[in-house]
Design a protein around this ligand. Structure first.
Ligand SMILES: [Zn+2]
Length: 304
C-alpha cells in the first residue's frame, strides 16, 4: 500500500503513511447463520457486495464432516477461535466437553492481549449467551454483551435479529467499540422451515439490509475519517436444498468470507481463505500480535 504511493511522490507517501498509522483500527465481524455461498453469490445483495468491492469475497469449504461437522456450535467455535475442531473440540450443538477455555474467542483474546481494545457482541443464539451445549462460546473478554433470549419471542430469530440489529446500529454508531461481533440467525431458521428458496432469499435480503444499516451508522460517525474500519462477514455452514445441515454434502460444507476496508484504502488480500483466517485477520488489523501459545491455525488475509 505504502509502496505504491512511494513510487509516485515520497513526500506524499510519508504523509499518507503517517495518516494511515494514526487512524484507529476498528473491526466488525458479522455472522449470518446457515447462508449458502452459491445462493448469496446469485443474489449478490447490495450491502455485502459493497464490502466485497472494497476487499474480497472468498468461497470457503469446510473440511470433511468427520473433522468439522456442519453444525452451528462447531462452525462458530471455529470462526471465533481461529482453530479447527481438532483443537477446540466442539463437535456438536449439544457438546458439553470441549477446550474453549484453552481456545477462547477472538474478542477475548484481543482484550486480554490489549485491554485498551473495547469489545462488543450482539446475538440471540443460545450458545453465545447461555451454558447451552458448549456455551457460552463468547468469553469474559467481551466487555459489552447484548443478548436476547429468542425462546421468549414468538418469531424466534425473526424477532430477535431486529433487536440485535437495532442494538448494533446504535452502539456502532455512537460508542467506542474497537472489535465487534454481531450475529444474525434468521437465515438458518428460514432454511430449516422452508428449504432453500424464496423465503430463504427473503431472509438473506433482510440480513443484508441490517448490514447496510450498521455500515451506514459507522460511516456517520463523527470520527469516521480518523478510523480504519475492517468489516468481515461469514457463515457457519450451508444447507441442503430441502433445508437442514449436519452432514457432509457440498451444499452443507460451503461457506464464505467477505472482507473489506470501509474507507477504501488499498490493501493486498490473500488469494485463498479459510474460516480460521478471520480471527488472525482481525487481530492483524487491530495490531494484536498472536502469541504462539494461541496455536492459531489461520493466517491473516490482509498483507502487512
Ligand atoms: Zn448454524
Amino acid at each position: 500500500m505504502v509502496g505504491e504511493y512511494c513510487r509516485r511522490d515520497r513526500n506524499t507517501t510519508r504523509l499518507f503513511a503517517v495518516a494511515e498509522l494514526d487512524k484507529r483500527p476498528k473491526v466488525l465481524v458479522v455472522g449470518w447463520d446457515g447462508v449458502r455461498d452459491d445462493t448469496l453469490r446469485q443474489m449478490a445483495p447490495e450491502a455485502i457486495s459493497e464490502i466485497a468491492s472494497r476487499g474480497r469475497w472468498w468461497t470457503t469449504t469446510l473440511p470433511d464432516v468427520d473433522i468439522a461437522p456442519t453444525m452451528t456450535a462447531v462452525g462458530w467455535s471455529t470462526i471465533l477461535t481461529g482453530v479447527w475442531p481438532d483443537r477446540h473440540e466442539v463437535l456438536g450443538n449439544d457438546d458439553t466437553y470441549h477446550l474453549l477455555h484453552r481456545y477462547p474467542d477472538m474478542l477475548t483474546r484481543a482484550f486480554c492481549a490489549r485491554p485498551d481494545i473495547a469489545t462488543y457482541a450482539a446475538t440471540s443464539a443460545l450458545i453465545f449467551g447461555t451454558d447451552f451445549g458448549p456455551g457460552p462460546v463468547l468469553g469474559p473478554g467481551v466487555r459489552t454483551m447484548t443478548w436476547f433470549d429468542r425462546r421468549t419471542y414468538p418469531g424466534g430469530f425473526a424477532d430477535t435479529d431486529v433487536l440485535v440489529a437495532d442494538d448494533a446500529e446504535r452502539r456502532l454508531g455512537t460508542q467506542e467499540h474497537d472489535f465487534s461481533f454481531v450475529y444474525l440467525g434468521e437465515t438458518d431458521s428460514a432454511a430449516h422451515a422452508h428449504g432453500v428458496g424464496s423465503r430463504y432469499e427473503e431472509a438473506i435480503a433482510r440480513q443484508d439490509a441490517r448490514l447496510a444499516r450498521m455500515v451506514q451508522a459507522i460511516r456517520a460517525r463523527p470520527t469516521f475519517d480518523d478510523e480504519s474500519w475492517l468489516v468481515m462477514l461469514t457463515t457457519d455452514h450451508g444447507h441442503r436444498d430441502e433445508g437442514g445441515h449436519g452432514r457432509g454434502s457440498w451444499q452443507e460444507r460451503q461457506s464464505f468470507v467477505v472482507a473489506g476496508l470501509l474507507d477504501g484504502s488499498p490493501a493486498t488480500w490473500a488469494t485463498e481463505a479459510a474460516n480460521v483466517d478471520i480471527a488472525p485477520t482481525a487481530w492483524a488489523h487491530l495490531r494484536v500480535t498472536p502469541s504462539e501459545r494461541w496455536l492459531c491455525q489461520g493466517t491473516s488475509l490482509l498483507a502487512p
